[in-house]
Design a protein around this ligand. Sequence first.
Ligand code: HMG
Length: 388
Amino acid sequence: MKIGIDKISFYTPAFYVDMVELAQARGIDPDKFTIGIGQDKMAFPPVTQDSVTMAANAALSLLDDVDKEKIDLIILGTESGIDQSKAGAVYIHRLLGLNPFARSIEIKEACYGATAGIQMAKEYVANHPESKVLVMGSDIARYGLDTPGESTQGAGAVAVLITKDPRVIALEDDNVFLTGDIMDFWRPVYSETAVVNGKYSTEQYIQFFETIWAEYQRKFTYSLADFTAICFHLPYTKMGRKALNTVIDSVSSEDQERLLENYRLSTLYSRQIGNIYTGSLYLSVISLLDHQTSLKAGDRLGFFSYGSGAVAEFFSGTLQKNFQDYITAKDHQDLLDKRKKLSISEYEKRFNQQLPTDGSTMKIESTDDPAEIVLTGITEHMRQYLKK
Ligand code: HMG
């Protein structure tokens, strides 16, 4: 039985920061951000969006009534969750009006969380072929104003429906995964921003890729030339390219050209959004599907997932017949085109906006957030959500 991605979409908030303006405000050569890091815009969430609302907004357009009835497992991968106890997926379950006889849980392992969810979903569908599983990766990447990580922030969510006989990508059973206890990036429970050993994290990302790729080559017969494209977790768009560079010389110049062009196309959305942590790998998959018109059924895509701390995984999938009919490129481009640019001073002001943490009530009276699902305030430590 084939199992995999039946539907896939993303959501990103309605505001962004221009990376050239950010560089100028920080006294940095803009080329460092646009070429050295490879980012043009950075998504920024209003106070009315959090990991719950963004995930729900990503899933909203994806699901029809049959899906809503058949989904009985809802998994949210996030590292910017809103509660230490209650799973964000429980709120999402209500906001989307899903079947009450369902499991709703949250998974954490840095940017790897959504991949863990997808693999769990695949195994669940193997045992329950009539079930559908909704997996989301949703995050706000925050390092702080004027920090080295600032240019690699972002916000957004990806939603994926995992089913049997998937219409977009069938996932193979060729997973290689790797765990190593390292301190490259983490966020203690008392901190709003991540702690990061930047250079070390980039070295470890590459090291994990090289180790996993060598093991993949040892275990499976597919070589790099068998892949139409490799999609990477993209903390910033230069990062995946550095990992790809370590293996690209092993194939012919024709294969190199294809893999590099498809890598470029897979980074187009991330260039305009930034790091969305758990969703980033899947945002690169969507970017490839939306932009590469020469893709065809049977093409093999590789996926490299990396979550700091660290857990990484490589696996592959093949495009299914008529997958093009389920690609929503226009909706995605509309979402990006409708965004509003924040000046650097407006971004800095908004960056420090917080909900009260002392139990007092805050109602967000006026909002310029056009999203369908929003946070409207907080009462006695309870976040209030609304589907307009
Ligand atoms: P930095 O110190 O600001 O930058 O840190 P840099 O000095 O390393 O420069 C970056 C690149 O720009 C370099 O290119 C420079 O040469 C180039 P490279 O040598 O790497 O190819 N450059 C220029 N290029 C053109 N014109 C110029 C110019 N100046 C310099 N004028 C760093 C960069 C990414 C480390 C920092 O932003 C950071 O700490 N970010 C957060 C951590 C991160 O994203 N790590 C990625 C790997 S870990 C991961 O992916 C997991 C993660 O997503 C979290 C999770 O799993 O939950 C982060």
